[in-house]
Each structure stands twice: as C-alpha cells, then as structure tokens.
Design a protein around this ligand. Structure first.
Ligand code: AMP
Length: 283
C-alpha cells in the first residue's frame, strides 16, 4: 500500500484539495486527535463509503484540554496513524502543528453552543466544548468537506457539533457512526492505553452497567431511580470513581424526570487517573 500524503500546513492542504475537489467532487472529513484505533478506522470507512476523497485530520487540540488534563502526555503516533488511515481508505492526512492552527494564541474568536454544553462532560470539563467547537469549525472552514464524520461514543460532542452547524449555516452534512467496542464491550478509546492491567480488566464494567440500565429502562421509567442504579453499578467497579452517570433527553441533553421521550444514558468514570466515557440509547 502506498504511503498517504501528509499535509502539515493550511496552504498545502488547500492546494491538495483544489485538485481533489475538481476531480472527485464529494470530500469526506474525519477530525481526530490521532492515536488512532479501529473506532477511528470505522469513521474513515464510513466516509469512504459516502464520499470520493477522504481527509483525516490528526491534531491534538490544546484548547480543549483543561490545565490539569493530559494534553502533554496525549499519545502522538503519526506514523501508525497514517498506516491505519491508508488501510481504511483515507486519501490525505492533515497534521498541522499547534502554531499552524493557532498562529495567534489564544484565539479571540471562539464558539460556544450554550445549553447543550452545560451538562455531562461540559460540567466536569469547563471550556472543553468551546475548544472542540472552535477547532472543528476552523477545520471545517479549512477542509470545506461535503460530509464530516463523528463517533457516537462522544455523544455530547456529536450533538453539539450538529447544532453548531445548523445554527451557523455551515455547509456540511454531519454523520454519526456507532461506537466500536472491544470484544468484552469496552468502547475503544485512545486513552485505553493509559489503563494498567488491573484497570483494563475491570473497565468492561462500564458498558455492562450501561447495558443493565438499558434493560431496566424497559420497566423502570423514573429517571432518578435509573440513575441511582447506574451510579451504584459503576461505583461497584473496583477502583472506579464516577464523574457523572446521567440519563438525559437525547436531543437537548437536558435532565429528565421520566423516560417519556428518546433518551441517552451517558457516563464518565475515572479508573485511576484515566477518565473514560461511554453511552447507550434508551428506548
Ligand atoms: P478523538 O481522536 O478521540 O478526538 O476522536 C475522533 C473521532 O473518533 C470522534 O468523532 C470520536 O467520537 C470518534 N471515536 C472515538 N472512539 C470511537 C469508537 N470507539 N467508535 C467510534 N468512533 C470513535
């Protein structure tokens, strides 16, 4: 398999895309932070099935990390990422340096999608979604794809980006791809590699607790009771610290009292210092 081209500047990328846009018509875009795994590969394959030319960005975006988070130690594995993208059918990698994406740091123009970002990860990671939305909008402006692909593992992120695109008339279709899991149920994540052997052994308990909640939702309709059971199941995982365990409206992400509309159970759990997120849709 021939190596994929890697563009590192906005002007290089725009030049590459000028030809591709002319020859290939639809451009698909998969934004990532690298350290790619089979979940990212599923996004690339979905993009390739729907568009003729697929761009994957690999950029560890500093503005979405809090001061005590893992920006400095976030895994950077560009060579392996390029190989994975080639195998999954991507056509081009965009891997800019921080200075290329943010020549003027900090950016004075940022994007906030207000109420959707208040709960769940937004509550425990202040400023996170501002960083995500700002960089995603910049990337969409740079790549100008017909479709962009996101994972449903980051449910809140996908919901926020969909809303941002509608609110700001960004000319792109947003596609959300189902979560890819290990055979034991653990959602694939670049952060799984931080887990010790004993943390990795208990980590599938997160998805097991979510599945139990989905099963209970067939009979229990009161959200506080479901949330209490979910929290208890997560807390029973050895060494786990629950950041949040919430059942929210699937569209607005606002808290619910009763399961009287499409809902999602979403959790964030620390195993040691590693924070893992996951979610399931509730019927
Ligand atoms: P990240 O590199 O973690 O910022 O993720 C880049 C994209 O990959 C986001 O749209 C994620 O939702 C998506 N993604 C991450 N993990 C998975 C997974 N296990 N299955 C499907 N998509 C995923």
């Amino acid at each position: 398999m021939s190596a994929l081209p890697v563009d590192t500047t906005v002007s290089m990328l725009r030049m590459s895309l000028r030809t591709a846009r002319y020859e290939k018509d639809y451009i698909g875009f998969v934004p990532t932070m690298g350290a790619l795994h089979a979940g990212h590969a599923a996004l690339v394959r979905a993009a390739k099935a729907q568009t003729a030319f697929v761009v994957v960005s690999v950029f560890v975006n500093p503005t979405q990390f809090g001061p005590k988070e893992d920006f400095a130690k976030y895994p950077r594995t560009l060579e392996a990422d390029t190989k994975l993208c080639a195998e999954a059918g991507a056509d081009l990698i965009f891997a800019p340096a921080v200075e290329e994406m943010y020549p003027l740091m900090p950016p004075l123009t940022t994007v906030d999608v207000s109420s959707l970002g208040d709960h769940l990860c937004g509550a425990s990671r202040p400023g996170h979604f501002r960083g995500v939305c700002t960089v995603v909008l910049k990337l969409l402006n740079i790549v100008q794809p017909s479709f962009a692909f996101f994972g449903s593992k980051d449910y809140q992120q996908a919901a926020i980006i969909r809303r941002m695109v509608r609110d700001l008339n960004v000319n792109v279709g947003i596609e959300v791809v189902p979560t890819v899991r290990e055979p034991d149920g653990l959602a694939l994540s670049s952060r799984n590699r931080y887990l010790s052997a004993s943390e990795r052994a208990v980590a599938p308990g997160i998805y097991a607790a979510l599945q139990a909640t989905r099963a209970r939702a067939a009979t229990v309709r009161a959200v506080p009771a479901l949330e209490a059971e979910l929290r208890a199941a997560l807390s029973a995982i050895p060494g786990a610290r629950v950041d949040y365990a919430s059942v929210v409206d699937a569209d607005t992400l606002q808290p619910l009292a009763e399961l009287d509309r499409p809902a999602v159970a979403a959790v964030a759990v620390f195993l040691g210092t590693t924070r893992l997120i996951d979610n399931v849709a509730l019927p």
